[in-house]
Design a protein around this ligand. Structure first.
Ligand code: HEC
Length: 271
């Protein structure tokens, strides 16, 4: 196609540039939404893999502390000092979290280093048991335990809370995913098409335009396929960030190249 963009009248260039900037604003807003909405799926505010899997596939994970207590290998090889009464205290403590779903001071959080009402004053506390039986390996500065302390530190509540709770994240409902798909698939699809067409009217090399068209279109496809496929096959949730990143790369680069082509004088390049 002819390099038409650089020959547009100045007002059209200003208009088209403005539209491109509006697209960038829209994209930034959708990223912010993603971070604040999907990112809060689990109780860690950062956007993580658990959030993505939780949103599109659902997550059912028992309390990691309970998993360790149930794991005979970990008990025999590592947590050897733990006595049966101590284990019972830990199990009773963690079991209290089964009925609670996040937010506020729940029985697990308050029971970590304080006695529940009616408990004898000299009863063992989970915090003390973790300190004497686990922290020797499970602390960031621990020298024992093959470095597990960096991954699973258990010294203070802010660390322990990440491993104390069972986690059940339900995927977003089919209805909401349908609504989201129908608005996004159509608008982003049209947008990607417009971008590809505009790019073909620039002076950039065909190969580069080809790559950008591929990134925009194929990225979108992976994104939507991943969102739906993950409901029946969890690993497919990986397609969502992969497709999103591919699309984001294509979108950012294409916007930049379109703006550059619009405002790069045509005389110097010749057309
Ligand atoms: C002597 C070192 C050592 C001690 C003491 C120890 N651990 Fe571990 N723990 C490890 C190592 C090493 C791993 C990782 C490899 C494995 O699971 O065998 C681990 C893994 C874990 C995990 C992760 C399990 C999973 O599969 O996700 C949890 C939770 C855990 N330990 C809790 C505890 C608790 C609670 C105690 C105290 C009752 C404790 N550990 C005592 C060394 C230790």
């Amino acid at each position: 196609m002819n390099p038409l963009l650089c020959r547009l009248p100045i007002l059209a260039k200003i208009g088209l540039s403005s539209v491109l900037l509006v697209m960038v604003i829209g994209y930034v807003a959708s990223l912010a939404h993603l971070k604040s909405h999907v990112g809060r799926k689990d109780d860690d505010p950062e956007l993580t893999w658990t959030d993505i899997v939780g949103t599109y596939a659902g997550v059912e994970r028992p309390s990691p502390l309970l998993v360790a207590l149930d794991d005979p290998r970990h008990r025999e090889k590592w947590a050897t000092g733990l006595t049966p009464p101590e284990e019972k205290v830990l199990r009773d403590w963690l079991a209290r979290g089964a009925t609670v779903s996040g937010g506020g001071r729940d029985p697990v959080e308050s029971g970590y280093d304080a006695h529940a009402p009616g408990m004898p004053e000299d009863a063992l506390l989970p915090a003390d048991i973790l300190e004497t039986r686990c922290v020797r390996c499970h602390a960031t500065e621990a020298t024992e335990g093959d470095g597990v302390g960096a991954r699973i530190p258990l010294r203070r509540w802010p660390e322990v809370r990440k491993f104390a709770y069972a986690k059940t994240l339900n995927p977003i409902s089919k209805e909401i995913l349908t609504i989201s798909t129908h608005t996004h698939a159509l608008s982003l699809g049209i947008m990607a098409m417009a971008y590809v067409l505009l790019l073909t009217a620039t002076r950039w090399p065909r190969g580069l335009i080809g790559f950008l068209g591929f990134a925009l279109g194929f990225g979108l496809l992976l994104d939507f396929v991943g969102m739906w496929w993950a409901r029946s096959w969890t690993p497919a949730a990986a397609l969502v960030p992969v497709g999103g990143a591919l699309f984001g790369l294509g979108f950012g680069l294409a916007t930049l190249l379109l703006l550059l082509d619009l405002w790069r004088p045509s005389a110097r390049v010749g057309s």
